[in-house]
Design a protein around this ligand. Structure first.
Ligand SMILES: O=C/C=C/C=C(\O)C(=O)O
Ligand SMILES: [Fe+2]
Length: 326
C-alpha cells in the first residue's frame, strides 16, 4: 500500500502555555497555593511555573495584561529536523511570524498564528528543570518531591480555544502540523468542535465555536492529576477559598475524562483532569463525530451536572455580550 497517507509525526507535545492576567500575583498564588505549582523564574511582567512531575523548566507563563486571555501556546517538535520541516510548511501558510531567540526555558522558536489569530510557537531546544538534592524526589521517575501545599497538579494536559471559524483552525492544525482529529462536533455539516492530538492523548488542543464569532479567544487550559479523588479534594480547597467552580467534578462524554472547571482570579477558565479519559493507540483511529443536538447531557457531561450556558458562551478575553450575561 505505497499510496497510504502516512501521518506527520513532527510535533511531539504541548510544552507550555502563556496566559494573560490583569491580577498576575493573584493568578500566580492560585497556581502555587492551591495547585502546588512552583515558580521557577520571574522576568519583567511574567512569572514562569512548573508542575512537580514536569521535566522542563516551565509549562505555564503568567504575564500581566489589561485583560485575561491566551498569550501563546508553545509546542515542542519531535526533533530539530522535524522543526525545520514544519517551519517550511508554516512559512507557506502566510501565518508565520518568524523566529524568536527563545524565552526562559526554551531556545529559538518559530512563531505563527492560527487563522483565528491565537499565537503559537514551535521549538526544539528546551531547558530541563534542575533542583538541588534535598528537593529531588526519591521516586526516580519524577524530577522533584511532591509539594506540601495545595493539591498539586502533575502536568499540563491541553488547551481549548474558542474560534470564530473552528473548522478552519482545526484544518490548519491537521494540514500543517499533523494533528489528528479524534472527536468532533458537527452542526449543519460544519465541524464546530474538534479534539485533536499528536500523541496517544485524546487531545492536546480542542477548538470550539465562539458564539459571537469573536476571534482569538481562550476557552480553557487544563492540568492533569490522574487521580479522580484529587478533584474532590481540590474542589473542597477551592470552595473554601472562594474560587468560582463553574462545573464540579464530572465525567465528560467527549474524551471520557474526569474533569472540573474553575476560574482563576485573573478570569481564565482552568480545567482540572482527574484522569485523561481514554488513550488513542490505533494508528488508523477514525474520528468520533457527535451531532451538536446529541451533545448536551451526553458529550459535554456524561455523568454529573449539566454544563451551564457560561461554559458554552464564555472565553477570555471577555467580550461585551458575556459581560452583559454576568
Ligand atoms: O462537549 C464538550 C466536551 C468537552 C471536553 C473537553 O473540553 C475536554 O475533554 O477537556
Ligand atoms: Fe478540556
Amino acid at each position: 500500500m505505497t499510496d497510504y497517507k502516512e501521518p506527520i509525526l513532527d510535533v511531539a507535545q504541548l510544552a507550555h502555555v502563556e496566559i494573560f492576567s490583569p491580577k498576575p500575583e493573584e493568578t500566580v498564588e492560585f497556581f502555587t497555593r492551591f495547585l502546588g505549582m512552583e515558580v521557577t523564574a520571574r522576568s519583567g511582567q511574567s512569572v514562569y511555573l512548573r508542575a512537580y512531575e514536569e521535566a522542563y523548566h516551565n509549562s505555564l507563563k503568567v504575564t500581566e495584561a489589561n485583560e485575561a486571555g491566551l498569550g501563546h501556546a508553545g509546542w515542542r517538535a519531535m526533533s530539530p529536523q522535524a522543526l525545520q520541516r514544519r517551519v517550511e510548511v508554516l512559512k507557506g501558510t502566510g501565518l508565520g511570524r518568524g523566529w524568536i531567540d527563545g524565552d526562559i526555558g526554551h531556545g529559538e522558536a518559530y512563531q505563527f498564528t492560527l487563522p483565528d489569530g491565537q499565537l503559537m510557537e514551535l521549538f526544539w531546544d528546551v531547558d530541563y528543570y534542575q533542583c538541588d538534592n534535598d528537593y529531588k524526589s526519591k521516586l526516580l521517575n519524577r524530577p522533584s518531591k511532591r509539594p506540601e501545599q495545595g493539591v498539586p497538579v502533575r502536568r499540563l494536559d491541553h488547551i481549548n480555544l474558542m474560534s470564530a471559524n473552528p473548522q478552519n483552525d482545526a484544518q490548519f492544525m491537521i494540514d500543517n502540523l499533523g494533528f489528528r482529529l479524534r472527536e468532533g462536533i458537527e452542526a449543519e455539516g460544519n465541524l464546530i468542535g474538534s479534539w485533536l492530538s499528536v500523541s496517544n492523548l485524546m487531545h492536546e488542543i480542542a477548538i470550539m465555536p465562539e458564539p459571537n464569532q469573536v476571534p482569538g479567544k481562550l476557552h480553557h487550559l487544563c492540568f492533569w492529576y490522574g487521580v479522580p479523588q484529587n478533584l474532590y479534594e481540590v474542589a473542597d480547597l477551592l470552595k473554601e477559598n472562594d474560587i468560582f467552580i463553574e462545573v464540579p467534578p464530572n465525567k465528560h462524554g467527549i474524551s471520557q475524562a474526569f474533569c472540573m472547571y474553575v476560574y482563576e482570579p485573573g478570569g481564565n477558565r482552568i480545567e482540572l483532569f482527574g484522569d485523561a479519559g481514554y488513550l488513542i493507540l490505533d494508528p488508523e483511529w477514525k474520528p468520533v463525530i457527535w451531532d451538536m443536538e446529541d451533545v448536551p447531557g451526553y458529550g459535554d457531561t456524561w455523568i454529573g451536572t449539566a454544563f451551564p450556558d457560561s461554559w458554552w458562551n464564555e472565553g477570555t478575553p471577555l467580550t461585551v455580550p458575556e459581560i452583559s450575561k454576568k
